[in-house]
Design a protein around this ligand. Sequence first.
Ligand code: ZN
Length: 250
Amino acid sequence: MRLLVIADVHANLPALKAVLAHAERLSVDQRLCLGDLVGYNAEPSACIEAIRARLDVVVAGNHDWDVCGMQMPLVGTTSQARQAQDWTRAQLEPEQLRYLQQLPNKHVEPGVYIAVHGCFLNEIHVNGYVTQTMLRANLEAVAGRKEWPNLGFTGHTHCPLLAYLHRGEVHWESPSSPSSWPASAQAVLINPGSVGQPRDHNPDASYAYVDTELRTVEIIRVPYDVDATAAAFSGADLPEAFARRLYQGR
Ligand code: ZN
């Protein structure tokens, strides 16, 4: 199966449009979004509509559920993040809030992959960062569940990643060119990076093109009009810092 994988769009419409236009050249069997459609940036409603129209599978992110009151804000949620949540909620139609609320906690494509927003360690998958120190635990969790395929997709960190467990060893990289994993890997994790707020010091939008039969992943970076995203903040009650950070990719 050939997959277009996006995550963490975060209401950044110019970045989303640039990625979807760029991906048109690819042959794709399924388009997958790993959640966090909204939050941080200024065009949540248009991003929800574009994702509903263009993506085949969408799972919930923590921001999607936070904005419709599905979970209490986590300890450590900053006042800026709360301000953005309140503003975002006010921009959305009741029907769009219901759409975010019904997004699934995970998606299993039988025999192919499991997709979540956050981590694989808890039954609620929208939270929990799969950072470097958490790789082994998450790889073992994916390898250990019989009902889950051994390929897992995760977002949430906003940093692209390929990691796999092979003969008991954890291998990982942040792929900058097409990369692959061994057929005998016990578990594989892929993070496509973030469309709308990259945090790996590269401001370009990030997405992944994955071929599950060839066992290859390509992380693709797409420049987009950051000025247009920042301009959309004018008149919105959103912290300006959220626009400034886009220029630095952090
Ligand atoms: Zn996010």
